[in-house]
Design a protein around this ligand. Sequence first.
Ligand code: NAD
Length: 499
Amino acid sequence: MTTTVPHWIGGAPTSGSTTEYGPVWNPATGARSARVPLAGAADVDAAVAAATAAFPGWSQSSLSARTRIMFAFRELVAAHADELAEIICDQHGKVLSDARGEVQRGLEVVEFACGIGQLLKGEYSGQVSTGVDTYSFREPLGVVAGITPFNFPAMVPMWMFPVAIACGNTFVLKPSERVPGASVRMAELWKEAGLPDGVFNVVHGGREAVDALLDHPGVAAVSFVGSTPVARQVHRRASEAGKRVQALGGAKNHAVVLPDADLEFAADHLTAAAFGSAGQRCMAVSVAVAVGEAADPLVEILRAKAAAVTVGPGRAEGSDMGPVITADARARIGAAVDGAGRQGAAVVVDGRDLKVPGHDDGFFIGPTLLDRVTAEMDAYRQEVFGPVLAVVRVADVDEAIALINANPYGNGTAIFTSGGEAARRFQREVTVGMIGVNVPIPVPMAYYSFGGWKDSLFGDTHVHGPEGVAFYTRAKVVTSRWPHVSRREAARYDFPTAQ
Ligand code: NAD
């Protein structure tokens, strides 16, 4: 019998009303491990109705009550981190230590949201005019939705819902239908933590479920993370429906290596950043920009390091890198490498024919290193989203910056150098949202906000940190006076100014 991953609506698992299901694979074995219901408008409506019913009570609950539940949820996620990591490993394919890392980074957003009492403090200005005071405070929006990608089944949802819920909103999560398990487990943990039913809901599905959320009049705001074409479309459709939207898209992250860098250190970090999680990270380094005479030695060190990566099932001790998400993804990545070779790139390390003994049906493809890639090649222009590192050779740091700024994506970038002047110029001149200096995957901590520029973000607010709190709340500003009966001012017909 196939296991069915349930939706989670109104504090309980439910199979919903649909008769359509999608497969959940174990990418390491290539076997189908479960099926997931693909919600239509009726199931989405049930989830929004549960969230709508829960909103008045939750939004009026005290900050202390909400904080206590956030702390309880934090403890439960920490206690179940290994279990969540195993679910992620089995459905996504990434290695266990990597899965534990994403749970930890998600947990840090929960910890940030535990400080909601501090984060929601308003402003106060006494005596802005004689006898008049002004103050501001922020209120939740209502029912908000999160739509998330396959590559971080726990962390990306946790970029959104801890902050949204702590702010007093109720939440409907539509996780990737390829990795549905972690979201449902987190819903169970919320219930155990004491979250009232209906505050956190999960509906599974694909485009139909997403469109139903985007069009639903009961949804006030949408947070989306996924590929650029879908992010662009989600932003447009939800905006047209009058919602607040933040839609984070795809990436092509460049790491610039200058001749004065410690090349061994740079190559070590580039290898991990390119091939960790089989390159399926929005902050993965997919382009190494080798400056001047750094190129030849860098490619030689990268060749050795890429060839030394241990590829295997995520649960096996010693695996550095697991499979990719589906057989289709493996075929698409292989085709991108074929195309690069045809267009003139040198395939220095070729992972296309990799076999993992005992896992012949797993979706494995090995680390691949391309050299002499140019900006015109498809392998440079497309987001490959697999374990492929492309080396582009440039003459100097100005050419490196121009290359990055001409790229439509602007999620993350890094520079490896021992010189402060180039590093400072780089961080001020690149049109990219998150920058690392000798740090390859510069994912900001939870108390900063995460987000890219250009085609990596549609909307203007990044996730978590202060921008997350701003996104999930709206401000009221109150101007008040309490006139004394003996000093009542007469009304004036000219426009009011401070006196
Ligand atoms: P995806 O765009 O295919 O799917 C993302 C979500 O949208 C899923 O929940 C999916 O069910 C839904 N969806 C898919 N097609 C849709 C459609 N046509 N209409 C409406 N909804 C649709 O992305 P993915 O393959 O799951 O994830 C990988 C992508 O996500 C990569 O491009 C990666 O760079 C990006 N990503 C970006 C960030 C970031 O922070 N910018 C973080 C993680 C992943």
